[in-house]
Design a protein around this ligand. Structure first.
Ligand SMILES: Cc1cc2nc3c(=O)[nH]c(=O)nc-3n(C[C@H](O)[C@H](O)[C@H](O)COP(=O)(O)O)c2cc1C
Ligand code: SF4
Length: 520
């Protein structure tokens, strides 16, 4: 009997949904039938409502079944699981599923397909093509290629990556660092985690290229304690890359050296802010640093440092492999390339959807996400994490584009969408935004430290119906102070969810309806 290869994700979401128990059940069912099987623990394809998604290699290709529970396994074997047999859970070829077929996958092209612990598998699927080209080009031309791509930071601020790299490349210092921001604290986001668990070599390759471009020989991946599976997968891949000559001295036989370590923070939201992250990485309490100096001049241990999000760094191998122009061909306006968008919250088909910038929010929530899981009408979506605005349905024609969102006082952030149905209480959501800020504030500046607590108190009075008009005026004034006076975006952007909820749903704050934009 020939060995059948079966893929079961080791992604944290799949594990939370019982993937490890499914693996044990498959092994037991195969043993009972004396059928040899090879189980590969891959990453997730990103169709999270189908996890655990079990895939069997057949002569026709990989056939998926999901969501598989431990108790389904016997029946699946009886139905001919190992030959791609029919069953209610059979979804056919995963790549042909409409959720996958509609995507443009660059960053996530390999995620869910390859064995995340295998360097050979990574190479077999196009891995390290970018680094090979980078080694031929050398530092200046690498930065030029990234500039041509139009890549902007995917961590939230959308800052052009090439400018940051050029600043660090031009800085004179005996040591420089590449720091990957994998803190991923935004609500409804999981793309960084998925890549680290499903295609960790892509991040290693991206960071290595960044190191060569700016003259850094050491990199750190900073992530949080809530991501144990990602830490495990990254550390495993780093070990394998080192053993394969792709990290350490003379990478791939070149004159360049670069090595990496993973560091774990305790999960404070503010430690995702780049300067607080650096403090945390240095072993201190994560507190925001005043700028200047910029981290590009004085960053980790006071040395010039590139800090980039996982998704910025994992776009780089593709930009180098296929050229900056190829990447820039996707997108709209000044938002070039693709964005791995994370659809979450009260939504039927939640998951990872990578597509070119320009798709509308309505398409993402209604067409791709399938509307709410409760079946009730969608009320709003919070885009860009806890500091992002609540976008009401009458603005769902908004295209995913940094400038289009900014024009509506909203932000794309790290590409997370959290969907709410009509039952969401927008006054309570506004209160939550203030409370979140008060809990997560690093305490360095007054508008955020004190303002957020006063904001919670004001919201409590508004919700209780106390002097609503004057309290709303004070709240608006407080939001303005936080926007203008905060040292970082935690205090500076908390007003966006508060004001968007207040402006779009005034009646829920006890104020008269004033839905001007509805008529736009
Ligand atoms: C409160 C706060 C939290 C943040 N959290 C993250 C985070 O979890 N991940 C991230 O990449 N950037 C985060 N950022 C943005 C970073 O400060 C920084 O802009 C980013 O790491 C730069 O990388 P990029 O240019 O590749 O986006 C946060 C910013 C603030 C103000
Ligand atoms: S805005 Fe808040 S989190 Fe940012 S520096 Fe000020 S106190 Fe710290």
């Amino acid at each position: 009997m020939s060995t059948v290869r079966i893929y079961v994700p080791k992604d944290a979401c799949a594990i939370a949904c019982g993937a490890d128990e499914v693996v044990a059940a498959i092994e037991a069912a195969a043993l009972k039938r004396r059928q040899p099987v090879e189980i590969v623990r891959n990453g997730s394809r990103g169709m999270l409502w189908l996890e655990p998604l079990v895939e069997v290699v057949t002569p026709e290709g990989r056939i998926g079944y999901g969501p598989v529970a431990e108790d389904d396994v016997e029946a699946l074997f009886e139905a001919g699981l190992l030959t791609g047999g029919d069953h209610a859970l059979r979804i056919g070829k995963p790549e042909e599923h409409p959720f996958m077929a509609k995507q443009t996958r660059l960053t996530f092209a390999r995620c869910g397909i390859v064995d995340p612990a295998s360097l050979a598998d990574y190479r077999a699927h196009g891995g390290y093509r970018g680094l090979e080209r980078a080694l031929q080009l050398g530092p200046d031309a690498i930065i030029e290629e990234v500039k041509k791509s139009g890549l902007r930071g995917r961590g939230g601020a959308g800052f052009p990556t090439a400018i940051k790299w050029k600043t660090v490349a031009d800085a004179k210092a005996d040591r420089k660092y590449i720091v990957c921001n994998a803190d991923e604290g935004d609500s409804g986001t999981f793309a960084d985690r998925m890549i680290m668990e499903g295609d960790p070599f892509e991040l290693i390759e991206g960071m290595t290229i960044a190191g060569i471009a700016v003259g850094a020989t050491k990199g750190y991946v900073y992530t949080r304690s809530e991501y144990p599976h990602a830490i495990w997968a990254m550390e495993k891949a780093i070990e394998v890359a080192r053993a394969g000559g792709m990290l350490g001295a003379n990478i791939s036989g070149s004159p360049y050296s670069f090595d990496l370590e993973v560091r774990m923070g305790a999960g404070a939201y503010v430690c995702g802010e780049e300067t607080a992250l650096l403090d945390s990485l240095e072993g201190k309490r994560g507190t925001v640093r005043a700028k200047p100096p910029l981290p590009a001049h004085k960053g980790l241990f006071q040395k010039p440092t590139v800090i980039n999000n996982v998704l910025s760094l994992t776009a780089v191998p593709h930009i180098l492999a296929d050229g900056g122009e190829f990447y820039a061909n996707f997108g709209m306006g000044r938002s070039r390339g693709t964005m791995p968008i994370q659809i979450a919250g009260n939504v039927k088909f939640g998951g990872l959807f990578e597509t070119a910038f320009g798709i509308t929010l309505g398409e993402l929530v209604n067409d791709i996400g399938g509307g709410t899981v409760t079946g009730k009408p969608v009320k709003a979506a919070q885009v860009g994490g806890p500091l992002g605005a609540y976008v009401p349905t009458w603005q769902f024609d908004l295209p995913f584009d940094y400038e289009a969102f900014a024009a509506k006082d909203a932000l794309i952030g790290h590409g997370g969408i959290v969907v709410f149905d009509e039952n969401a209480d927008m006054a309570k959501m506004a209160r939550f935004a203030m409370e979140f800020c008060s809990v997560e504030s690093c305490g360095k500046c007054t508008p955020c430290r004190i303002g957020s607590t006063r904001g919670v108190e004001l919201m409590d009075r508004i919700i209780a119906g106390e002097r609503v008009e004057s309290n709303l005026a004070t709240l608006t004034d407080l939001c303005q102070t936080m926007k203008l006076g905060s040292l970082c975006a935690l205090g500076g952007f908390t007003p966006y969810p508060v004001l968007s909820a207040m402006n779009h749903f005034p009646e829920e704050f006890g104020a008269p309806p004033r839905r001007l934009e509805a008529a736009e």
